[in-house]
Design a protein around this ligand. Structure first.
Ligand code: GLC
Length: 430
């Protein structure tokens, strides 16, 4: 009996010591083996961009990680529309605890993101000599008040694409004015050389506002004067600009469907071979090389009214560092890497995007592949701006809504632009 009663105690004691030993050994393993392995894990740097471009960034991502094994650059894919990506970043920053260390910014988001305090000022990271190597418009587009919030990666400017073979067959010169564009389109259509004359982005989205800035500039009109905040949308010239767009559809030069087209729909239509003229960004140039129209197209600055200058809308993308990132140094290393001359050259050669470094427009390898780049530089240096104001997203939304109302015949151009001007004035007065 006695023996039986005493038995459980030593058994319990030995089990206890065995467990304690096990716990101790586990702690040692965690401290000396697992923790060091984890602390050597690369720092994750996350950025989000349109899916089309995310795929084009894959070689940069691989090259960056090979050079920087302590950083894992994660590129998150977003829909192929600038406003949708902007909305995704905006909600991430508004909700707090954003997963993004870097922001890949369209030039028109900068004032809003900087004013909201979501971006770090990069002024301390760069010096004047470095800044001067980049296109002025791209650098200026990254500034807000006294700070620099976006480091340019690729520039952009709207251009007119035309079919060299069709113009040659009809004995026509590339058009310089809006009237010549309509006329050449009709001639080519009448001769059965093209089904459509001119395609452009008429869907209600940011691309519509960007395209309209060029038509405004070409008519000697403007949207918002950034210095005085004066709104120019209800001027006679601005109304004439919208009438021109409506005319392209009314005359059957543009398909009625243009009012639902974004960049990609218009690119595909042009590449399919039955369209004479296209308004789009320079990225189309390289992609169209893989289509039926390869070798039979060229680009030139947008047409304009007699006496007015042609306008290429200033677009472009660059990186900002999120104020909320825990890894600003590592984020900066990504900026530095992608904007180096060698890496930009490689990206431009592979994609046909427009560099932000001035030297690359006349770079031997680039000009050998894209002979139009020196010409492109001139067009981009004279770019027409969308207003660089903190309320840009709302101003653009107003313009998009009223342009779309006129293009779909719900309002006349004059009614639409007068109302858009009134709403924009009250937005800017707030
Ligand atoms: C291009 C431009 C960008 C513009 C967008 C509109 O991506 O680079 O600035 O906002 O097109 O669709």
């Amino acid at each position: 009996m006695l023996v039986l009663k005493r038995l459980p105690f030593p058994k319990f004691r030995s089990t206890f010591w065995r467990w304690l030993g096990l716990v101790y050994a586990t702690l040692l393993i965690i401290q000396f083996i697992i923790l060091p392995v984890f602390s050597q894990q690369p720092v994750k740097i996350r950025v989000m961009m349109q899916a089309l471009e995310a795929a084009q960034w894959e070689p940069i991502e691989a090259a960056f990680e090979a050079d920087n094994p302590d950083i894992d650059l994660e590129i998150i894919k977003a829909p192929n529309a600038t406003n949708l990506v902007e909305d995704l970043y905006t909600s991430a920053f508004l909700l707090g605890d954003s997963p993004y260390d870097l922001v890949y910014l369209d030039i028109v988001w900068v004032p809003k993101f900087a004013a909201a305090g979501w971006l770090q000022d990069l002024s301390d990271f760069v010096d004047e000599a470095e800044i001067n190597q980049f296109l002025k418009g791209d650098i200026e587009g990254g500034r807000y008040q006294d700070g620099l919030y976006r480091w340019p990666f690729r520039s952009d400017g709207g251009m007119l694409y035309y079919r060299t073979d069709l113009l040659e067959k009809a004995g026509l010169q590339p058009p310089e004015t809006f009237a010549e564009l309509l006329e050449a389109s009709q001639t080519l259509q009448d001769q059965g050389l093209a089904e459509w004359g001119y395609v452009w982005q008429g869907k209600q989205y940011e691309g519509l506002a960007a395209m309209f800035v060029e038509i405004l500039a070409g008519h000697g009109a403007y949207w918002v004067n950034p210095e005085t905040l004066e709104v120019g949308l209800d001027s006679d010239e601005a109304i004439a600009a919208l009438e021109f767009l409506k005319e392209t559809v009314a005359q059957g030069i543009s398909p009625a469907g243009v009012t639902t087209y974004a960049e990609e729909e218009t690119r595909r239509l042009f590449q399919s071979g039955n369209t004479a003229f296209l308004r789009n960004w320079p990225y189309v140039f390289a992609l169209a090389e893989d289509s039926d129209i390869a070798g039979n197209y060229a680009i030139k600055p947008m047409v304009h009214a007699p006496g007015a200058d042609s306008g290429a809308c200033q677009g472009g993308w660059g990186l900002g560092i999120a104020k909320s990132t825990k890894h600003p140094e590592e984020a900066w290393r990504v900026l530095e890497f992608i904007s180096s001359e060698a890496n930009q050259r490689e990206f431009v050669l592979a994609t046909g995007y427009v560099p932000s470094r001035i030297s690359l427009f006349t770079d031997e390898a680039i000009v050998a592949k894209y002979p139009h780049y020196p010409e492109l530089l001139k067009a981009i240096e004279n770019a027409a701006l969308r207003p660089p104001i903190a309320q840009y997203a709302q101003a653009s939304d107003i313009l998009q809504r009223y342009l779309s109302a006129a293009l779909t015949n719900k309002l006349t151009p004059s009614q639409a632009l007068k109302t858009a001007a009134r709403e924009t004035r009250s937005l800017l007065a707030r």
